[in-house]
Design a protein around this ligand. Structure first.
Ligand SMILES: [Zn+2]
Length: 376
């Protein structure tokens, strides 16, 4: 079995976004409590690593010095108009106590994962406190300040690894897609709610990269109401053939859980069974996986999805072994009967009639524009 590393620092529990903000850092702590109670942080090739803050020289591989300075000084109480121009202190990206420390510690976790994968210490690392895919070199956006996933891709690509960045967060992974828009050594694939109906408003099928990177940026916009079977149809038709053709050395997987039904900020209708299926596909591919958290604003659903993800990563899928379902009694959700897997959701006729044709059209567009570049 593969060595799987859960990345978590209790230090991060000190830092909280403002109470009115939808981003809840408690999610990672809750995931850890559950998987720990299930015995999934020790034995049988599983371990836990506490990361340290990312060093500034690492952050500068993606962010500008000007931005890092503004972020640090704003977090220390010296906020400026210049910082706001870079998104620091906006309603989405407020300045709060410990902001800088939190962001660099979360990033340290994702970079520790990259380092362990590069050294061969592990083939699978999960940082539920990571996944800040919207941040730009000089931009805080969409609750993200430091783009840990872009940095991980940079670090892996520097060591000549072919990287597949796969982003299943409900929002377009714009910060990462932009970072590698003209490069072919990092293939970015983002599946997300149609940008016409959701932040950040980018991520259409025609955004396919430029120059060397043409065909190495893949966007799969999904209609409101997209359900498991429709999502998996898109995944299997697009992601699987591209993954096989590209044949990455490593997969960086942004596992935002805001595409789940019931997320207060988005409008897709997935259950965590779709995520489980995706993870099984990635595991079967047999390459190292660096997984992170991301969005997910229904805390209960997000926590359960990430606990399920970890259980699959470390070879203990509760869907296959009912004994692990007892871990679920820790959760408070009244919606849920036990175990980590969601119940299947009914799909209405009108949902089927609107969602499937839109997804089929998207698959065709991508097959036409992207597949020939990869010899498919
Ligand atoms: Zn999101």
């Amino acid at each position: 079995m593969r060595q799987a590393v859960f990345i978590y620092s209790t230090e991060s529990e000190k830092y909280l976004y403002p109470p009115e903000h939808p981003f809840n850092t408690i999610r990672a702590k809750r995931v850890r409590e559950i998987v720990s109670s299930m015995g999934l942080l020790s034995d049988s090739g599983r371990s836990e690593v506490a990361p340290v803050a990312a060093e500034r020289m690492m952050l500068k591989k993606f962010h500008t010095a000007r931005y890092l300075h503004a972020l640090k000084t704003a977090a220390a109480g010296h906020w400026s108009a210049e910082a706001l121009e870079m998104g620091i202190g906006s309603s989405d990206c407020p300045v709060f106590k410990g902001l800088y420390e939190y962001a660099v510690l979360a990033t340290g976790g994702t970079l520790a994962a990259a380092k362990m994968i590069l050294s061969g210490e592990t083939e699978l690392a999960f940082n539920p406190s990571g996944g800040y895919h919207h941040a730009g070199p000089e931009l805080a956006a969409g609750f993200c300040y430091i783009n840990d996933v872009a940095l991980a891709c940079i670090v892996l690509a520097e060591q000549k690894k072919r990287v597949l960045y796969l982003d299943v967060d409900v929002h377009h992974g714009d910060g990462v897609a932009n970072a590698f828009y003209d490069r072919s050594d990092v293939l970015t694939i983002s599946l997300h709610q149609n940008p016409k109906t959701l932040f950040p408003g980018t991520g259409f099928e025609h955004e396919i990269g430029t120059g060397e990177g043409k065909g190495y940026c893949v966007n799969v916009p999904l209609p409101v109401g997209t359900y498991d079977q429709a999502y998996m149809k898109a995944f299997e038709a697009i992601v699987l053939p591209l993954m096989k053709a590209y044949n990455p050395d490593v997969i960086v997987f942004e596992l935002g859980a805001d595409a789940l039904a019931g997320d207060p900020l988005a409008n897709l209708s997935l259950t965590n069974n779709a995520y489980a299926e995706i993870i099984n596909h990635l595991m079967n591919f047999g390459k190292p996986i660096l997984a992170t958290g991301g969005g997910g604003y229904n805390v209960e659903n997000t926590v359960r999805a990430w606990a399920l993800a970890w259980s699959i990563f470390c070879g203990a899928d509760p869907g296959e072994d009912i004994h692990h379902a007892v871990g679920g009694v820790l959760l408070e959700s009244t919606e849920w009967q036990g175990g980590l897997r969601d119940r299947a959701l009914a799909v209405s006729d009108s949902q089927r009639e609107t969602v499937m044709p839109a997804i089929e059209a998207t698959i065709e567009k991508i097959k036409t524009s992207i597949f020939p570049i990869h010899g498919l």
